[in-house]
Design a protein around this ligand. Structure first.
Ligand SMILES: [Fe+2]
Length: 258
């Protein structure tokens, strides 16, 4: 039995002007080529840039009706981490003018799993010219699980993939419900993905700069790939999960504009 989906799936759900989500079908965790019976729900975020181009974050399984529903041009197909890339090739075949953006190690992972996808560009700690005006980004230091996180400026939306997991337990079948409960990464007090916590601790200096950046964005909502998104009180969520803002970022908030 799979997890309960965020119905309706494959339909664009607006969140704020120029940004929305599309919930996708269930997928299963694959480890060393073996598909485990652990189901999880999928979600992509869609941003319309000021120039009209569409930015698809972590594209879900391609669906023709969904492709027709989305406006054009579909320009950016973004893999935020090495675990979220599997459907980029499907979208890229239908929209060959779209640019495919690679996360660290994703090419090796796709090759090892014989997933047909060609990445054209690499994400960087700074946003590229193509979406700099609308979206800021940084690399969240989670070691093997590191991922690029994004911030849509106009809607003040933080776009995460696996950095925070907030599973709704009643959507999970047993024994996964109990297993999820043991991890603590469940709604309403979702947590940082446990695999990232030690690498974050070991890279304290990098982490401090990234967390200061997240606080400085002052997000009003947090979109996640797995589980329920945080659509309000996101300042409390961010403080609870990432800690209080570092002193410098508090000070810079208080200092008068120059
Ligand atoms: Fe994920």
């Amino acid at each position: 039995m799979g997890a309960s989906l965020y119905e309706p799936i494959n339909v664009y759900k607006p969140i704020a002007p120029d940004i929305g989500i599309v919930d996708g079908p269930c997928e299963y965790l694959t480890v060393a080529g073996v598909r485990l019976p652990l189901p999880f729900t999928t979600r992509m975020t869609v941003v319309r840039l000021t120039n009209g181009d569409l930015f698809l974050h972590s594209p879900i399984k391609f669906d023709e009706a969904l492709g027709n529903e989305l406006q054009r041009p579909i320009r950016h197909l973004v893999s935020p981490n090495q675990f979220h890339y599997a459907h980029i090739g499907e979208w890229s075949k239908v929209y060959p003018d779209a640019i495919t953006w690679a996360s660290p190690r994703v090419r090796q992972r796709a090759r090892a799993r014989h997933v047909d996808v060609t990445f054209m560009r690499d994400l960087d700690v700074n946003p590229p010219e193509e979406w700099r005006r609308d979206i800021d980004q940084t690399l969240f230091p989670g070691g093997y699980f590191k991922e690029f996180i994004f911030f849509h400026k106009a809607s003040k939306t933080l776009i995460l993939t696996d950095t925070i997991i907030n599973i709704e337990l009643d959507k999970m079948p047993e024994p996964w419900r109990t297993a999820t409960k043991l991890t603590g990464m469940y709604h309403p007090r979702g947590q940082m993905f446990f695999g990232m916590r030690l690498p974050l601790f070991l890279q304290r200096r990098k982490a401090k700069a990234v967390l200061a950046k997240i606080h400085s964005w002052q997000p009003e909502r947090v979109l996640l790939s797995h589980g329920r998104c945080f659509e309000s009180h996101s300042d409390e969520v961010i403080k609870r999960i990432f800690g209080e803002p570092p002193i410098e970022s508090k000070a810079s908030k208080l200092s008068p504009p120059r």
